[in-house]
Design a protein around this ligand. Structure first.
Ligand code: ZN
Length: 351
């Protein structure tokens, strides 16, 4: 092959290479060309490797020319790579327009459950009267749940508070009342006491519109010198007026004698039904009775004080307990206790 033939071949190869580089549409195509042109098995490499077979005069001319082409091709490849990248970026930017009029993704904000809300409110009211919050375990022993509350194993009141027993031991159960916290507080400290204990309690009961095996109570205890039933009435009356102040009128209450093993005397606090103004006619909320049971209360039985080494001659006090769900149902006009645990957004959004 003569020099002019070689030069022609090189010229042809150069122009073909530059044309195909110009036509490459993506960086992948550019890289494929780089391999086929400059790679170990590329055309230009072939020519450079074949230089030794040429005669002395031709060799440097062809070598110089081939190197020039190599540099040109390399530059063209680099430039094309930048160009296709910029082109792709421009196309992408042109397509991805930001519509600033779109509403955007708003994060849904939750809020406290109605039972948490009413708990906070009750705590707040009692804070105002000098009570503080006490807490205790939900898994309890027979002793704290019954015996210490003046309910020995043969006591009839145990049947009303059938709860769930555990396989930890025959004496370990889920507490059926938050009164257990009272005993724990009195055991640990010295009077005077002024506490409320909100929390979950359990009963072995069938589920219906008014009953659920899990519910919440708020228990209260005040122990001091010379505590009277009058103070009990005053405290609870004030509490009820504050809790139901959204009704816009004073709630008429009455204390009806009742029995609890750990208080003596004991009473049930009723409110005149605010839904039928006490008339009872066709009122399902009060079951046509005209009165609603709100909570149980009484003066702490001396035997309970003695059991925790508090001298009943020196100290006296009162205790009360209420079902949170029941108060929340009255306060918000909720007809079925199961709504509280169903997690229906339509229900929860109302609060
Ligand atoms: Zn009524």
């Amino acid at each position: 092959m003569s020099l002019s033939e070689i030069e022609e071949k090189l010229h042809k190869m150069e122009s073909e290479a530059l044309t195909s580089i110009d036509e490459a549409k993506s960086s992948e195509e550019v890289e494929a060309l780089r391999l086929s042109l400059l790679g170990k098995k590329g055309e230009l490499t072939n020519i450079l490797q074949g230089l030794s077979g040429l005669d002395k005069d031709t060799r440097p001319i062809v070598g110089k020319r081939a190197n020039e082409i190599k540099v040109k091709v390399q530059e063209a490849l680099d430039k094309r790579k930048d160009d296709v990248f910029n082109l792709a970026l421009e196309q992408k930017l042109a397509q991805e327009k930001i519509d600033i009029t779109l509403p955007g993704n708003r994060l849904a904000l939750g809020h406290a459950h109605p039972l948490s809300q009413i708990t906070e409110e009750i705590i707040d009211i009692f804070y105002g009267m000098g009570f503080s919050v006490a807490d205790g375990p939900e898994i309890e022993t027979d002793y704290y749940n019954f015996d210490a509350l003046n309910t020995p194993s043969d006591h009839a009141a145990r049947d009303e508070q059938d709860t769930f027993y555990t396989n930890i031991s025959p004496e370990t159960l889920l507490r059926s009342q938050t009164s257990t916290v009272q005993i724990r507080v009195m055991e640990k400290g010295k009077p005077p006491f002024r506490i409320i204990a909100p929390g979950r309690v359990y009963r072995n009961e069938e589920v219906n519109a008014r009953k659920y095996p899990l519910f919440h109570q708020v228990e209260g205890l005040l122990i001091d010198k010379d505590v009277t039933f009058g103070q009990l009435k005053g405290t609870l009356n004030l509490f009820i007026q504050r809790l139901f102040r959204s009704f816009g009128k004073p709630i008429q209450t009455r204390f009806r004698p009742d029995f609890f093993p750990f208080t003596e005397p004991s009473a049930e606090l009723d409110a005149l039904c605010p839904f039928c103004d006490g008339k009872g006619t066709n009122c399902r909320t009060c079951g046509q009775r005209g009165w609603l049971e709100l909570l149980g209360c009484g003066m702490v039985d001396p035997a309970v004080l003695q059991a925790v080494n508090i001298d009943p001659e020196e100290y006296s006090g009162f205790a009360f307990g209420m079902g949170l769900e029941r108060l929340a149902m009255l306060r918000y006009g909720i007809k079925d206790i199961r709504y509280f645990y169903s997690n229906h957004m339509d229900f929860l959004r109302q609060f």
